[in-house]
Each structure stands twice: as structure tokens, then as C-alpha cells.
Design a protein around this ligand. Structure first.
Ligand code: ATP
Ligand code: MG
Length: 256
């Protein structure tokens, strides 16, 4: 302990507008910055990454009123898993004991919300100083058969359940913008006033882009930061404890 949860946005790790295209330089830079944090049993870190062009277009293609077909689900999962392999490889090359944890394999949702998730193995990994690496994925869903669980939902769920000290959502913009400036803090107190600025994504994003992020993070008491992980050194600064971008939390009172 303490535990930090960091999400690397799919818009940082991939070229998000077309066919599955990784951004190897960005992936390696993220891994280097994470290595500078020296995650360990005393300085625990869970990483989650988004799907970018390895998940959103596939999920859109296979979604229909009847839900996902078996082969559709398998294609979505295998595609995001191939991005996860690239992320894990870069982390290991930077001496980080990164372990893949695939939501599809062990999580259950109802109406696209996580309802059943084992966390014992994640806790055991953290206690050994390993870095579990989860990702946005397709999961079995008791209501709809199968649904997409965003990396953003995973951050909020794990941060609340494992009582993280702080959470960060690294994406490709400086924070949540309103009329050209970054909103410093969003809580349930000012959410209604800023909501009209929150839109979906400029890229293909089946989990509602920026609006989806804020709706996830505002449910939990933990301080979460939406910041620009495409800019050099921002991940390192977030991990070192700096406040960056937009802080999102349930209540205005800091550290609640
Ligand atoms: N008010 C806003 N401020 C900033 N970005 C916004 C706003 N409204 C909508 N957006 C869009 O949200 C996008 C960020 O969300 P998106 O889900 O695309 O990124 P990501 O989380 O990095 O990717 P992934 O979902 O693949 O992990 C921005 O690139 C922008 O297009
Ligand atoms: Mg998204």
C-alpha cells in the first residue's frame, strides 16, 4: 500500500481513427515513465488500458439489436488482447513485472455494469509487487448475453473496491474542456452545470468518450485525474503525486 490506479487511454496507445494501429513509441514512452515510479509491494500500481482502434471499431461492427454473436465476442476479445500483449511486452522490457489480467476470462456484468469480479488474485499480485494490467473488454452479461466494459469503468470499480489512494485517466487531451479551458474540478455539485460540455469522442468510442469517463469517476469518493498522457512526462508527474488536468470526485471536500 498505498495503491494507485492508472489508465492509459486507447487514444494514447493507438491511432484511434481506423484499423487496429498501435503507436509503439507512445507505448514505450508510457512504459518508461511508469518504470520511473518503481512500482512495488509498498508502492502498489494497477494499470488498465483502453482499447482504442483494437476494440471500439470491432465492438461497433459486431453490436446489433440481438447482441454480440459468439464469434463477434471472440474477435473483439482477441483484438484487445493483442494490444494488451504489446503493452505487457513494453512494460517487461522496462523491468516492470506486468501481469495480464483479462476481464473476459473472469468477470460478469449485468446491463453493462460489473457485478461479479474476483479481486483476490489481483491483491495477491500487488502484495508481491507485481503490476496487474487489465483492459477494456467484452464480458459475459447476465442481462444482454455479452457487453463492453470500458477501461474507465474498471478504474472506478477497482478504485472503490480496493480503496485506491488516487486514480488517473491518461488520455490524449489536457483534461475536460469547457469553452477552450480545462475545468479544474468536477463533482456532483457542479456536474449539472458542466454536463453540456461533455461529449463523446472524436474517434470511434463505444463507451461514450469523455462523458463516459466523468460519469464513471463521479460515482466514487476517490480523487481521480483526467490528464494528457500523450504529453511527455505527464504520467511520471501523475505517479509522483502531482495534480494534473481535471480532478473528478463525488464531493467537493478534498481527500474524502
Ligand atoms: N469536454 C470535453 N473535453 C475534452 N475532451 C472531450 C470533451 N468532450 C468530448 N471529448 C472527447 O473525448 C475524447 C477522450 O475520450 P476517449 O474515450 O476517446 O479517449 P480514451 O479514453 O483515451 O480512449 P479509449 O476509450 O480507447 O481508452 C477526447 O479525445 C475528445 O474527442
Ligand atoms: Mg473511451
Amino acid at each position: 500500500m498505498p495503491l494507485t490506479i492508472l489508465k492509459l487511454g486507447g487514444s494514447v496507445l493507438t491511432e484511434k481513427t481506423g484499423a487496429p494501429t498501435p503507436e509503439p513509441e507512445a507505448i514505450n514512452r508510457c512504459a518508461r515513465e511508469i518504470a520511473s515510479f518503481h512500482p512495488s509491494a509498498d508502492n502498489q500500481l494497477i494499470l488498465i488500458h483502453g482499447a482504442g482502434s483494437f476494440g471500439h471499431p470491432q465492438a461497433r461492427k459486431h453490436n446489433s439489436p440481438e447482441g454480440f454473436t459468439n464469434f463477434g465476442m471472440i474477435e473483439i476479445h482477441r483484438s484487445v488482447k493483442s494490444l494488451n500483449d504489446l503493452v505487457i511486452k513494453a512494460l517487461i522490457e522496462n523491468d516492470i513485472p506486468a501481469a495480464p489480467v483479462h476481464p473476459f476470462s473472469y468477470m460478469i456484468a449485468e446491463d453493462a455494469r460489473i457485478v461479479d469480479m474476483q479481486t483476490a488474485q489481483i491483491k495477491m499480485m500487488l502484495e508481491r509487487g507485481m503490476v496487474p494490467v487489465l483492459h477494456g473488454d467484452v464480458v459475459m452479461d447476465r442481462t444482454t448475453g455479452a457487453s463492453i466494459i470500458s477501461g474507465d469503468q474498471l478504474v472506478a470499480y477497482l478504485a472503490a473496491r480496493l480503496r485506491a489512494a488516487r486514480a488517473g485517466l491518461g488520455t490524449a487531451v489536457d483534461g475536460v474542456f469547457a469553452d477552450g479551458t480545462v475545468i479544474p474540478v468536477i463533482t456532483s455539485e457542479n456536474f449539472d452545470a458542466v454536463r453540456h460540455h461533455l461529449r463523446e469522442s472524436d474517434g470511434v468510442d463505444v463507451t461514450s468518450g469523455m462523458l463516459g469517463k466523468v460519469l464513471e469517476l463521479i460515482r466514487i469518493d476517490i480523487d481521480s485525474y483526467i490528464f494528457n498522457a500523450s504529453k511527455e512526462n505527464m504520467i511520471a508527474r501523475f505517479l509522483a503525486g502531482e495534480e494534473l488536468g481535471t480532478r473528478v470526485t463525488k464531493t467537493m471536500e478534498k481527500g474524502k
